[in-house]
Design a protein around this ligand. Structure first.
Ligand SMILES: [Zn+2]
Length: 87
């Protein structure tokens, strides 16, 4: 499943708004995305740190994620990914 084109290192610095969420690099964003993946679909507000763009609803967020292969994050979970979540 791993191809060489995707092995390139991604370490660009994220926009200021992403950094307020504790995410400095694209790698940080990917780690945060993985940590919140089990609760990801329950969200209403999402944010793509690579595009500095917000999404309302998991449908829009999922579309962006799939189309662009970006780690779109749940806004309300991004700062505290280990916090307990209802449901
Ligand atoms: Zn994006």
């Amino acid at each position: 499943m791993v191809d060489k084109a995707r092995a390139r290192r991604v370490d660009l610095i994220l926009p200021a708004r992403a950094q307020t969420m504790g995410l400095r690099t694209a790698t940080d964003a990917k780690v945060a995305f993985i940590r919140q993946s089990s609760h990801w679909w329950n969200g209403t507000n999402y944010y793509c740190p690579l595009c500095d763009q917000e999404f309302h609803g998991s449908d829009c967020a999922a579309h962006h994620l799939v189309t662009n292969q970006h780690p779109v994050l749940r806004w309300e979970l991004a700062v505290l990914p280990d916090r307990g979540v209802d449901g």
